[in-house]
Design a protein around this ligand. Structure first.
Ligand code: CA
Length: 233
């Protein structure tokens, strides 16, 4: 029998919990529902889920304390569910070790794409050091040649631009915060906000996107960071 990945769904609103659970079951996952934080803390240790979907706004505790608890002993993927206008909470959750987030309201395909990306990374793809090449539509990131191609043509990225795209590509499908990207590319000492990152991203988009204002490969997550489209399987 095929192994079914087990997902803990922590959500106090019954309608959303049922909605998420139904999507997951249809997609072949086993669902463990939890309606508050204390249930979640018990189930996360007793049932050993492969992934946690976590609503940040719970009646009995802040969802971020569950992230802290889990990260003391496990790297299991955690996808945070947040309401709109909670940008700071999302960033805090990512800084505490959540892998990704999804904003209400969301659809089934968005949810399952996030889950696949998170489980793929948990399966051992480590960010940063990649070999070979990955494709995403017409975009190819060639990690060996350290070049990016669009429809087979060299996009002519600078080394810094390449490193940004390479890093996002290593986490394709997942959000990468501005802070994390800044640290990764320029080191922890870089001061002066994200301006240098934004300038580089504008240049990257001019080189790889057909219409930089409507990107197909690298999306901006307002107030949080960037997300590269899922790579082709
Ligand atoms: Ca809630």
């Amino acid at each position: 029998m095929e192994y079914r990945e087990r997902i803990l769904v922590v959500e106090d609103e019954q309608s959303i919990r049922s909605f998420i659970s139904a999507i997951l079951r249809v997609n072949g996952y086993e669902v463990i529902p939890a309606e508050n934080g204390s249930q979640a803390l018990t189930l996360v240790t007793s049932r050993c889920p492969d992934l946690v979907i976590l609503d940040l706004g719970l009646p009995d505790m802040d969802g971020s304390s569950i992230i802290k608890f889990v990260r003391n002993w496990s790297q299991m993927p955690i996808i945070v569910v947040s309401a709109r206008m909670q940008e700071r909470d999302k960033v805090e959750a990512l800084d505490l070790g959540a892998d990704d987030y999804i904003t209400k309201p969301f659809g089934p395909s968005e949810l399952t794409a996030r889950i696949r990306a998170a489980l793929r990374h948990a399966g051992g793809i480590s960010g940063g050091v990649q070999e070979g090449s990955v494709r995403c539509g017409e975009l190819t990131i060639d990690y060996d040649k350290r070049r990016v191609f669009v429809s087979g043509r060299d996009a002519g990225l600078t080394q810094v631009e390449f490193r940004i795209v390479a890093y996002l590509g290593a986490y394709a499908g997942k959000v990468v915060t501005y802070d994390r990207l800044m640290r990764e590319i320029w080191g922890p000492g870089m001061k002066g906000g994200n301006q240098i990152l934004r300038v580089n991203m504008a240049n990257i988009r001019r080189k790889i996107e057909i219409s930089p204002a409507e990107p197909r490969y690298i999306f901006t997550e307002a107030g949080v960071g960037y997300r590269m489209a899922d790579i082709d399987p």
